[in-house]
Design a protein around this ligand. Structure first.
Ligand code: TYD
Length: 134
């Protein structure tokens, strides 16, 4: 079973010059093939997103703009990671509970996902999550 040790920050290569920065996501950066891209924006600062784990979906979360905290939990250990760099992605494998909060004004949270949207592969109840991972 995956643990929070498998949750990893990945550097997204960037090209920087006096005109600004350009970050490039090619297949070497993402450890799965991307089936879906979605993003959260206009998120109130006191909002709380996530609150689920996935049976199938792996994802990479990127703070395209602004910042937010990603809290991850494998059922035994937990950690909180602040994302605030558009050229950093947080890889989250299956069976990791995640919550996202502390959104800055203007934050955009991009999610690259390995699956299409399928509600049946979500684990939305924390007790069910603990039963699945323990
Ligand atoms: P939800 O899982 O609550 O979002 P988050 O994990 O960011 O807090 O999803 C919010 C709503 O959007 C919910 O009704 C399901 C729907 N949704 C889709 O229709 N397609 C998608 O790809 C995603 C991620 C969510």
């Amino acid at each position: 079973m995956n643990t929070i040790e498998h949750v990893k920050l990945k550097e997204i290569p960037k090209v920087h010059d006096e005109r600004g920065s350009l970050a490039v996501i090619e297949k070497e950066v993402i450890p799965f093939s991307i089936k879906r891209v979605y993003y959260l924006y206009d998120v109130p600062s006191d909002s709380f997103r996530g609150g689920h784990a996935h049976k199938e979906q792996q994802s990479v979360i990127i703070a395209l703009s602004g910042s937010f905290d990603v809290f991850v939990d494998d059922g035994n250990s937990k950690k909180r990671i602040m994302l605030n760099k558009p050229n950093q992605g947080l890889y989250i494998p299956t069976h990791i509970w995640r919550e996202i909060d502390n959104f800055s004004s203007g934050a955009v949270c991009l999610v690259l996902a390995s699956t299409t949207y399928d509600e049946s592969e979500y684990i939305r109840d924390y007790k069910d999550f603990l039963l699945a991972v323990r």
